[in-house]
Design a protein. Structure first.
Length: 164
């Protein structure tokens, strides 16, 4: 959990700052720049959260015969530094960056695409009997995109009766 909290706090802060810098004044960031911002934000997030990932992995790994198992976050971190140096906390950084950076870029790209798919047709911000703050509209829009590209019939959601 610590690793994910570190990663997410760095990632989303960097993503929003990069996206803001790539946007053109009052115009929103293009989808190409959204993908680029997602990719670039993944680099520092992956780098900085690697030590927490190394510690977590060492704690989860089964100890080899004759080697004392790792116990506790702080003790594991201190032991890694003592036995392998500070660089021991950054083992696997390249592989982590190669996996997480494009993964996060694609994830945030899809999120932003679905969020902005029906931009001109936004639902009212307040309560509307036919839409719980755009949930029905957004969910059905995402399902329509999936149906269009994959030619599958998917269910539509009618949630108005829940809030009446």
């Amino acid at each position: 959990m610590m690793r994910d909290a570190i990663f997410s706090s760095i990632y989303f802060t960097a993503y929003e700052n990069i996206k803001t810098n790539l946007s053109d004044g009052d115009n929103p960031c293009t989808m190409h720049n959204t993908l680029l911002a997602g990719f670039l934000a993944g680099i520092p997030a992956s780098l900085i959260s690697t030590p927490a990932d190394v510690v977590k992995t060492r704690l989860q790994a089964r100890a080899k015969p004759g080697i004392e198992p790792y116990t506790g976050m702080a003790k594991t971190g201190v032991r890694i530094i003592a036995e392998e140096g500070l660089s021991g906390l950054f083992k696997g950084t390249r592989a982590r960056c190669l996996v997480f950076t494009p993964q996060q870029a694609i994830t945030i790209f899809i999120y932003e695409f679905l969020k902005n798919y029906h931009e001109p047709h936004k639902q009212p911000t307040g309560y509307h009997p036919d839409s719980f703050w755009g949930l029905k509209h957004t969910t059905n829009s995402a399902l329509n995109i999936i149906e269009k590209y994959f030619d599958h019939g998917l269910p539509s959601f009618d949630i108005a009766h829940i809030f009446s």
